[in-house]
Ligand binder design. Sequence first.
Ligand SMILES: [Cu+2]
Length: 158
Amino acid sequence: MTIRKTLFGLALLLPSLLAHADPQVANPLQIEGVWSREMPPVTQNAAVYFVVRNGGTEDDRLLGASTPVAEKAELHEHRHAGGVMKMQQVQSVAIPAGGSAEFAPMGYHVMLFGVAKQAKEGERFPLRLRFEKAGETEVEVTVRREAPMPASHGAHHH
Ligand SMILES: [Cu+2]
């Protein structure tokens, strides 16, 4: 158990040595506010949320994701179906040129399956995102109890 904990600690520590700033950049895309909600230790699933802004002149698409902390990662969306919220897998999420795509609770999210050990609030783990045009990039996920307030929130909504 101690060894396992130590290894997991190292896995969490190494990517943070690279000290990603926020927003994290995969030109011309900016990935902002990458977070995951802290889950109970027995849970096998988790979800990751972020905003992708496309500063380029070409549309792009998020095609997939992966992380060493989970067996599998899928792109999901929540949908109202017959008065019930349902989750379903999507093959890609469009990031329009000059626009953005928001991954947030009750909307799009990256769903993690087979999480061996849930991270605690304040811990970080790496997530690899695969875009059709911008290619692959690794971002750092921060585990939180509550959704962070986007830095740009005020500017865009008030
Ligand atoms: Cu999901």
